[in-house]
Design a protein around this ligand. Structure first.
Ligand SMILES: [Zn+2]
Length: 207
């Protein structure tokens, strides 16, 4: 297990993993932290990562584990798989692989993915925070309803954007563009948790 960890860490930077997994990093190595509600980039990402907002820190395996809610071992396996890391004999190091050209084309997909993940995080929070306290309570909070209604399709869209099949990703991206979903979601995210119910779900239903 430790050999896998060493190989992954020596061949993939946190920055490469972040960009691959939909967390855009700017030229100065800063990104909006995916682990707290971050509006302005407060996470420094390079070989390792550190968030000046929530103080989360670690290496590429910690980052991936936290992002996908995986064990460290499963995160290392995912990285090895996604970055095509071949097992090496102990003591031998490999150069850091160049980003494949296709990744450049995926920039827009990654941007969308990041927004969807942020949205999912918000909805999961709403679903917990605003759940009816009594089973017979009929005045369900709009945010709870919104979350319950949208989480399944949202999860499906995120899964499909993570797909290795380009046709699958293109299909969901086309759908997202046609429904203008990202702009609506961004509006909800920018509003924070307040007053979004005034128009967010209406637009969604119309779509
Ligand atoms: Zn943070």
């Amino acid at each position: 297990m430790s050999l896998l960890f060493t190989q992954v860490k020596s061949q993939v930077t946190t920055r490469q993993a972040a960009e691959r997994y939909g967390v855009p990093v700017d030229r100065s190595g800063m990104a909006c932290c995916p682990f707290h509600d971050d509006r302005h980039p407060s996470m420094k990402i390079d070989e390792r990562f550190y968030c000046f907002g929530c103080h989360t820190t670690g290496d590429v395996i910690d980052f991936t584990a936290k992002l996908f809610d995986l064990s460290l071992y499963d995160a290392a396996k995912k990285l090895a798989n996604d970055f095509n890391i071949q097992p090496l004999p102990p003591g031998q190091s490999a150069p850091i692989p160049k980003l494949p050209a296709a990744m450049i084309e995926r920039k827009e997909e990654q941007r969308v993915l990041k927004i969807l993940i942020e949205y999912e995080r918000l909805l999961v929070k709403w679903k917990e925070e605003f759940a009816p306290s009594e089973p017979e309570d009929e005045n369900w909070d709009d945010r709870f309803m919104h979350a319950v209604h949208h989480l399944p399709t949202l999860g499906d869209a995120i899964d499909r954007l993570f797909s290795s099949d380009p046709d699958e990703r293109k299909a969901i991206m086309d759908h997202i563009r046609n429904t203008d979903a990202v702009a609506k979601i961004e509006a909800i995210l920018n509003d924070g948790c307040q007053e979004v119910m005034n128009d967010g779900p209406e637009k969604d239903r119309a779509a």
